[in-house]
Design a protein around this ligand. Structure first.
Ligand code: PMV
Length: 295
């Protein structure tokens, strides 16, 4: 049985969402595909290599198999992964692979898991591997669409072109989340106030997202990026890229954990086209389908 799950972008609110503040997240038009086939042994085939149950090379797939086996014991399975989603780029590839594998296992072994239960297992896998995380990525990989988190309120994005540009440098979520936790430990009051500011930005963004108000959203992108810089998840490469995008009229911010990975940009059509010519990247189709079985 084959299943797929989408990548995502966090439009506003990364990091602060780990501390229960609001975030706006959408599933996008890149997917991870997982095929599960009954077998006598466990074998995982992916662009990362061919292994058995291997928590170093294939941590997310291996924990997904382990967690699924706790619900329904299995003798063996062959898992094959193909993915459009660049790894360690802030686009949620880890959760997409986890959720796609769980759904493929469900399709093949019929444990009777609903998508809510698949989300719960994927959330456990996120914590098994990273030890920390908001649960936003497994949620969006499971359910798709565009959401205000943690309220689970759906948002209808209108006529907005969001550009994604990859810095080409890895973004390691667990590392960045720990870095922010350490800053918060040392400066709890100051960092809490930055999270409150990010919370206000995410909440304020809902109306302009639904109205297609690019001017207000550009200001909010700028503000959110200043806050991300303040908590230490930007760096000189990201700052330079954002500066150059700003010069051609595209307001940009980190999406995901930062330290590398992708930035997202917003602006009028002309500026976005100019930015694509200069920096490459791709335009997001927001609100993609959540996990699904593929024929
Ligand atoms: O970089 P990604 O795609 O793993 O997203 C991380 C988002 C954070 O808010 C930094 C962490 C989280 O678990 O929400």
């Amino acid at each position: 049985m084959k299943a797929s799950a989408p990548a995502k972008i966090i439009i506003f609110g990364e990091h602060a969402v780990v501390y229960k503040r609001h975030a706006v997240v959408t599933a996008i038009n890149l997917r991870c595909y997982a095929e599960a086939k009954k077998s006598d042994e466990i074998k995982i085939y992916s662009p990362l290599g061919v292994t058995g149950l291997d928590f170093k090379v294939h941590p997310y797939v291996s924990y997904a198999i382990k967690r699924f086996s706790e619900v329904k014991p299995i003798n063996g399975v062959e898992i094959r992964i193909e993915s459009d989603i660049p790894i360690a780029s802030g686009l949620g590839s880890s959760s997409a692979v986890t959720v796609a594998v769980l759904k493929a296992l469900e399709g093949e072994f019929e444990a009777g898991l609903s998508n809510d239960e698949i989300f719960e297992l994927a959330r456990k896998v996120e914590l098994d591997v990273q030890g920390i995380g908001s649960g936003t990525d497994p949620f969006i990989a499971t359910f798709g669409g565009t959401w205000l988190i943690p309220d689970r309120k759906r948002i209808n994005i209108k006529n907005i072109r969001i550009l994604v540009v990859n810095t080409g440098k890895s973004s390691i979520t667990a590392e960045m989340v720990r870095k922010v936790a350490e800053l918060k430990r040392r400066h709890p009051d100051a960092v809490d106030k930055i999270f409150d500011a990010i919370d206000a930005i995410a909440l304020e963004s809902v109306e302009p997202l639904e109205k297609g108000d690019i001017k207000t959203l550009s200001e909010l992108f700028f503000l959110n990026q200043c806050m991300l810089k303040a908590i230490g998840v930007s760096n000189s490469e990201i700052d330079d890229l954002i500066e150059r995008l700003t010069e051609i009229g595209v307001s940009a911010k980190i999406t995901g954990a930062g330290g590398g990975g992708c930035v997202i940009g917003i602006g009028d059509d002309k500026s976005i086209e100019r930015a694509m010519k200069t920096f490459g990247g791709f335009l997001v189709e927001a609100g993609a389908d959540g996990v699904r079985i593929e024929d």
